[in-house]
Every structure is written in structure tokens, then in C-alpha cells.
Design a protein around this ligand. Structure first.
Ligand SMILES: *Cc1c(COP(=O)(O)O)cnc(C)c1O
Length: 416
């Protein structure tokens, strides 16, 4: 066998590095299948999986030239891997971003985006309604390294204006938020943040790359847990950071290979398979979510339903303006607090009790005792996470079966 087609490695790297891909001429559903595909001479249909930690050189001179940067050649999978780069290219194409770096988890994406950008003495402003671990990074980790952090109520534009009246290094926000599906005005917050000199980082997990484009709304960086909708079939963990090429190259790229946050090529390959069906799954799950939200809204025992596509959602107009679809998640509150929520959940037979989300299988969780237990009762009250709130990640099951299962929960709730 030949030593390995060096020309191919070089070609591959050049393609991965290019930022004006012709793939962008295609519409999202097409790009989900075709972007980033670079076949080896074997002509495989599905992307090759380069499950390798390192790479070999033809001679010592090539190794030296690789390290001086005179030759483009893969060195080691912590720095780059063809399968991981295929995923990065497909995600960048989909997002409309100049560049992408894949990470081992969604939290890797969030922490690397922030830690690579800030230094001691800097200031970070974040919306209060964040995924639990994101909240922990802002509340506990950054201050430990000398970064001042400030939380604001995401919907309160006066609070944003006040917090951003001083120079700020970064803003972190999530919209729709977990678990209450609050919608934040990404454009207005980005304008204020840029005035303060801040990099705007949006956790776009709940919206998926298909339903909301934060970069078009003024954000600088988008982060994903690819574990959620992008794999979406309960298999592997992964994450991604997307943004401008200069920021990725100058700020993030020097950081992640040294701190060690690299995505496994195997997981990248699973994500590539996940992306192929992302548009179909998100559309079907969103349709199901809208159907069950309406079903729950009319039911006895349900005190409130939070779904951005319903006119009774507090930020309905903003959701319509900012997003091209609502959400695969629904939040709702049942009567009877924790006991009511537990009676409801324990009566379900089809919908699993699980704190994951964005999966093909439907799942419910009780945020007050799981994902949002650690933030404490006072913070939960501020976020509207009462003891009766249930977060429902709606899957691909037949919506009639989902409604039947919800009715089992409601019957148990009413017969308490
Ligand atoms: C799950 C999730 C994360 C973290 O992702 P992991 O892949 O679990 O590390 C971050 N933000 C949001 C909104 C999430 O749902």
C-alpha cells in the first residue's frame, strides 16, 4: 500500500480552511447531507471515519516543515482530524459562520469560548436563565480566576443597559432559555454589548442551527451541545463553537489544543450521521411539540403552558420575529407543586423521565429537583421555575400516543 496520499491531506486541509464554500449555495436540508464531504480515493458513500490519534510523515523534513507551518499536514488529533474537520465544516456551512471548532461536549464549547477570551480583571455579563453548568461557570468558576461576573434578568432591557454601561469582555445568553423557554432579544442585547466592547456568545442549543441564526441577529459566537438535537439519538456527547475566522484563529484555536478539549473522531462521525436527518427530526419534533402544547393548554390540572409559538407566550411577538420555528421543547406547570408533578411523571408509560433533551425519544424532567436543584429556591423563584414545572422534550413518536400518555399523567394528577 502507498504511504498515504499526502496530496489528499493537503487538499483536505485547504478545503476545511476555506471560508467561501460553494456549499452555501444550497439550502439547509441539502447542506446537512453534502457539506464537508471530501471523499478518499476509495470513493466511499458515507464519510470516512479517521479513527486515529496521530499521523505519520514521509520523512523527517516533512515533519519539520509541518511543525514550522511550511507544509499543511495533520499532526495529532488534538490539533486536527479529517473526520472532526468534516463536521466543523458542515456545522459552519449550516450556521453561516466563517469557522468552527468542535469540542468534546457542549460544556467544553461554552467554557472554552469564555475562558479563551477573558482574563483576570475582565467583566462578564450573563442572562440569569442559563443551563445549570453554564450558570456554574459564570457564578463560580470565572470569579475564581479574577473575572467579575454580573447576572441580569434576560428580558429586562434596562438591566442589560445598566450592566453594559461599563466596559465588558463578554456576554453570555441563552434563547430560548432552559427550562422556561424565555425568548431574549438577541439583536438589542448584542447592540448594547458591542457598545460595551463585549463579545456576544449565544448558547443556541434549544433553537438548533435551523430555527434561529444568532450571527445574523448580531451575535459574535454561537455555541452548541451537539449531544442534543445534532446527535439527537442518545448516543454520544459533543459540542461546537462557531464564529468569525479571526476570533477562532487568534483566540480559540490557540486555546483548545493546549487545554485538551478535542472531539473524538468517532463522535464526530456519529454527529455527521445525525446532521443528515436534523432537518427532518427538528421539523417533526417541533410539530409534535406544538400539538402537545395545545393539548396541555386546554387540560384540567395544567396551570400554565410555556411554548414560544403560542400567542399566550410572554415573548410571542419576539419569537415570531427572531426565530423561524418555535422549539422542540415545551414547559408546563401542573397543580399541586412537587407532589403533583411527581404524580404526573410517575404515571407516564411512554415518555421517559430523563434530564437529556433534543432526543428522538420524548423525555420529561422536573427542573426544581434535577437540572435546577443546585441553583437554589431563591434563584428558581426569580426564574419562574416553580415546583409544579415540568420540562418536556418532545420526540418523534406519534403525537396521538404522546397525548394519550400525557392524559395518563393528568388522570393521576387529578385523582390525587
Ligand atoms: C446540554 C446543554 C449544554 C451542555 O452540553 P453537554 O453536551 O451536556 O456538555 C449547554 N447548554 C444547553 C442549553 C444545554 O441544553
Amino acid at each position: 500500500m502507498p504511504r498515504g496520499p499526502a496530496f489528499l491531506t493537503i487538499l483536505f486541509r485547504e478545503l476545511m480552511m476555506s471560508n467561501d464554500s460553494t456549499d452555501r449555495a444550497y439550502r439547509p436540508a441539502t447542506r446537512l447531507l453534502h457539506s464537508g464531504v471530501e471523499r478518499t480515493p476509495f470513493g466511499e458513500t458515507s464519510e470516512a471515519m479517521f479513527l486515529t490519534s496521530g499521523f505519520v510523515y514521509d520523512n523527517a523534513e516533512q515533519a519539520e516543515a509541518t511543525f514550522t507551518g511550511d507544509v499543511t499536514h495533520y499532526q495529532y488529533s488534538r490539533f486536527g482530524n479529517p473526520t472532526v474537520e468534516a463536521l466543523e465544516k458542515r456545522l459552519a456551512d449550516l450556521e453561516g459562520a466563517e469557522a468552527c471548532i468542535a469540542t468534546s461536549t457542549g460544556m467544553g464549547a461554552v467554557s472554552s469560548a469564555l475562558l479563551s477570551h477573558v482574563k483576570a480583571g475582565d467583566r462578564v455579563v450573563a442572562s440569569r436563565a442559563l443551563f445549570g453548568s453554564c450558570h456554574w461557570i459564570v457564578a463560580n468558576l470565572l470569579p475564581r480566576y479574577g473575572v467579575e461576573t454580573v447576572f441580569v434578568d434576560g428580558g429586562d432591557m434596562d438591566a442589560w443597559a445598566e450592566a453594559l454601561a461599563r466596559p465588558t469582555a463578554a456576554v453570555l445568553l441563552e434563547s430560548p432559555s432552559n427550562p422556561m423557554l424565555d425568548i431574549l432579544d438577541i439583536r438589542a442585547i448584542s447592540d448594547l454589548a458591542h457598545w460595551a466592547g463585549a463579545l456576544v456568545v449565544v448558547d443556541n442549543v434549544f433553537a438548533t442551527p435551523l430555527l434561529q441564526k444568532p450571527l445574523e441577529l448580531g451575535a459574535d459566537v454561537v455555541v452548541y451541545s451537539c449531544t442534543k438535537h445534532i446527535d439527537g439519538q442518545g448516543r454520544v456527547l459533543g459540542g461546537a463553537v462557531l464564529g468569525r475566522k479571526d476570533w477562532i484563529t487568534d483566540t480559540l484555536q490557540p486555546f483548545t489544543p493546549h487545554t485538551g478539549d478535542a472531539l473524538s473522531p468517532f463522535n464526530a462521525w456519529v454527529m455527521l450521521k445525525g446532521l443528515e436527518t436534523l432537518a427532518l427530526r427538528v421539523r417533526a419534533m417541533t410539530d409534535n411539540a406544538a400539538a402537545v402544547a395545545d393539548h396541555l393548554a386546554g387540560a384540567e390540572g395544567v396551570t400554565r403552558v410555556f411554548y414560544p409559538d403560542r400567542p399566550d407566550h410572554p415573548q410571542y411577538a419576539l419569537a415570531q420575529a427572531q426565530m423561524s420555528g418555535a422549539s422542540t421543547l415545551v414547559a408546563f406547570e401542573v397543580a399541586g407543586g412537587k407532589a403533583g408533578a411527581f404524580a404526573f411523571m410517575n404515571a407516564l408509560r411512554l415518555i421517559a423521565i430523563s434530564n437529556n433533551l433534543g432526543d428522538a425519544r420524548s423525555m420529561v424532567t422536573h427542573p426544581a429537583t434535577t437540572t435546577h436543584m443546585k441553583i437554589g429556591a431563591e434563584e428558581r423563584a426569580r426564574l419562574g421555575i416553580t415546583d409544579g414545572v415540568i420540562r418536556f422534550s418532545v420526540g418523534l413518536e406519534d403525537s396521538a400516543d404522546l397525548k394519550d400518555d400525557l392524559d395518563r399523567g393528568l388522570a393521576a394528577l387529578r385523582s390525587r
